[in-house]
Design a protein around this ligand. Sequence first.
Ligand code: ATP
Ligand code: MG
Length: 405
Amino acid sequence: MQYTEIMVRYGELSTKGKNRRSFIDRLGTNTRNALSGFKKLEVKAQRDRLHIRLNGEDYHQVADRVGKIFGIQSFSPVIKVTRDVEEVKKTAISIFNEIAQDGMTFKINTRRSDHNFEYDTNQMNDLLGGTILSNFPGVKVQMKHPDIVLRVEIRMNGIFLSYEMLPGAGGLPVGTAGKGLLMLSGGIDSPVAGYLALKRGVDLEMVHFYSPPYTSEQALNKAKELTAKLAPYVGKIKFIQVPFTEIQETVKRDIPASYLMTIQRRFMLRLCEKIAEKRHALAIFNGESLGQVASQTMESMAAINDVTSMPVLRPVVSMDKNDIIKLAEKIDTFELSIKPYEDCCTVFAPTAPKTKPRIDRSRQYEEKLDIDGLIERSLSGIKITEISSDDHYLNAQEETFAELL
Ligand code: ATP
Ligand code: MG
């Protein structure tokens, strides 16, 4: 079928009253960004619908991207014809040729924004219904829950036919909830946490801590590649890489092994807070899940959270690992996450971390460290990259090579 445009229905934003306009604007911008690779497309965001004119671009490739944009409830491929009833009949017949089977039921659903058109909605329904019945003797008209609903919209600039309704990604347009930072490791959980935050409209920037030469270029690239996997939901995502080597070496040298992880995490949060202030982010997101590993007990969360008053939000906190993995598979981050490039936490992981670290002890151990100096030097080494879904960072050849070694 030669579709000419995609009609998009908005999701939850219809309930947002006064904010509606800014939601629609944001969704329009996000859609344009997500589809910027298709040069011929035109995106028009209107009050009740968003229209994507294909202008010859491939429907299936575009639809694939549209299905990932948050704030879209459902969408339909549409065929535009001239305002000529014979054209409409011809197109309706070719649609039924493709989808109708004997025994199926259908109805025609006409809407008219141009009230001067020669036929009104009832007349159009009758006319097209008749055409279908005489060409397809095996199908029947049924008003309630028919198998096929052929929607016909008469507008000033043409007549639009559609019969399919595909589910959108749901959620809220990214950006409508404000900006947040995601602590992105190379693991399974944080990309899923990021996906869930994006889905609720949070405009995320990724913060990744890396420790060269202890962590490899590939580990850094893996975090960037994971960011690229989340980019289709947004368009582009900023990736903030934060050098963590000096802090980890210092903590390893000066802090008892059992508190190593707690203190490292306290530094991560302090750094995130500084970055958030600078970049006007309102909250920090991470992939912690209660009870999953030693650092993810409530005592541990409390000891780590002690360094900031900024909200630390944990979208996967109550999810079972299996459910997190299912989501990771759905968003296609799982295979990447299980690639064995060690990140900074694995490299410096203590053999027996405290499962119930104490806040007072954490503070006490840190007294001998030059916290401000360490933070300042780390912040001065930050690098920011903008990542889009077409970017690739993991070198496949290098990978095979590493496996051979
Ligand atoms: P993940 O699967 O996300 O790595 P995890 O179960 O391995 O999580 P931890 O290693 O304890 O858990 O990390 C907990 C959270 O801390 C991560 O989900 C992530 O948000 C953050 N984090 C850990 N390491 C890093 C890192 N190198 N850079 C940025 N954030 C990190
Ligand atoms: Mg991890």
